[in-house]
Design a protein around this ligand. Structure first.
Ligand code: NAD
Length: 261
């Protein structure tokens, strides 16, 4: 059988996709021919415009559906509203940095809900659709912090390790079907939010851009280069391809060598 990555006729739902990595993944899936459902918790004209732009650029069907990934019922409603879900990308995520003994309880709860529990709800809602279609791809966006830890990020690291575990269980429960579940573990990715932090970091450390990026921001990334949202999208497209049909229950690090240290 020829190895293909034409995603024409497939519908992809990408949570948290009105910016950053989620939008980058949606763009690459659309470029490969998939119809896409974008999501976040806002309902602004610009959110819907992102979907219209994708449809115009790639000639696919694209919609934006508001749903708050901190709420289980919204997660399930997103999949129902999509109507079909051949490719599910659980990407929505937030971060908070504080020592455990002063970590705000509401931040812990929100991070566990958005970064971990949302994937349980969307997966539960999407699996019957994938089984009916006889094909499915579940891609969970974990992190290098799904495999390693850093201080002061307890909730994020617990959630990201948790989503790696959920990925493995999902893979085992679908192992004999044409459904795979994998996690992408990015290192530091250059998103608009990360880009916006660079001037502040330059000021704080009294360093030029190259030095602050190399020695401060990418201190743990041996390649000394940010990963890109396009690379995340390309990895997701690969996981949807026939070449990846026997890749399931595992993690793919796109981290410039971070987890090799
Ligand atoms: P981002 O802030 O640009 O994107 C996060 C997305 O999640 C946004 O679209 C946001 O609107 C959405 N979101 C937040 N709360 C939501 C909610 N309650 N309901 C629905 N959507 C919600 O950040 P990003 O860097 O693109 O992060 C995307 C994912 O990649 C996250 O899971 C993050 O942990 C992971 N990640 C990022 C990096 C990095 O360096 N940027 C590294 C490793 C992992």
């Amino acid at each position: 059988m020829a190895i293909t990555q034409d995603l024409g006729g497939k519908t992809a739902v990408i949570t948290g996709s009105n910016s950053g990595i989620g939008l980058g993944i949606a763009r690459e899936l659309a470029r490969a021919g998939a119809d896409v459902v974008l999501n976040s918790f806002t309902d602004r004209d610009e959110d819907h415009a992102l979907a219209a732009d994708l449809a115009a650029e790639f000639g696919v069907s694209a919609r934006y559906v508001r749903a708050d990934m901190s709420k289980g019922e919204d997660c399930r409603a997103l999949i129902a509203a999509a109507g079909a879900c051949d490719i599910l990308v659980n990407n929505a995520g937030i971060q908070h940095v504080a020592p455990i003994d002063t970590f705000p309880v509401e931040k812990w709860d929100a991070i566990i809900a958005i970064n971990l529990s949302s994937a349980f709800h969307t997966t539960a809602a999407a699996l019957p659709m994938m089984r009916k279609a006889g094909w499915g791809r579940i891609i969970n966006i974990a992190s290098a912090h799904g495999l390693t830890a850093s201080p002061y990020k307890s909730a994020y690291i617990a959630a990201k390790h948790g989503i790696v575990g959920l990925t493995k269980t999902t893979a085992l429960e679908t192992a004999e079907e044409a459904i795979t579940a994998n996690a992408i573990c990015p290192g530091y990715v250059l998103t608009p939010l990360v880009e916006a932090q660079i001037p502040d970091q330059m000021k704080t450390h009294g360093m030029d851009r190259d030095t602050v990026v190399r020695d401060v921001m990418l201190a743990r990334q041996p390649s000394k280069a940010f990963a890109t949202v396009e690379q995340m999208g390309g990895t997701a497209v690969f996981l949807c391809s026939d070449a990846a049909a026997q890749i399931t229950g595992t993690t793919i690090s796109v981290d410039g060598g971070w987890t090799a240290l």
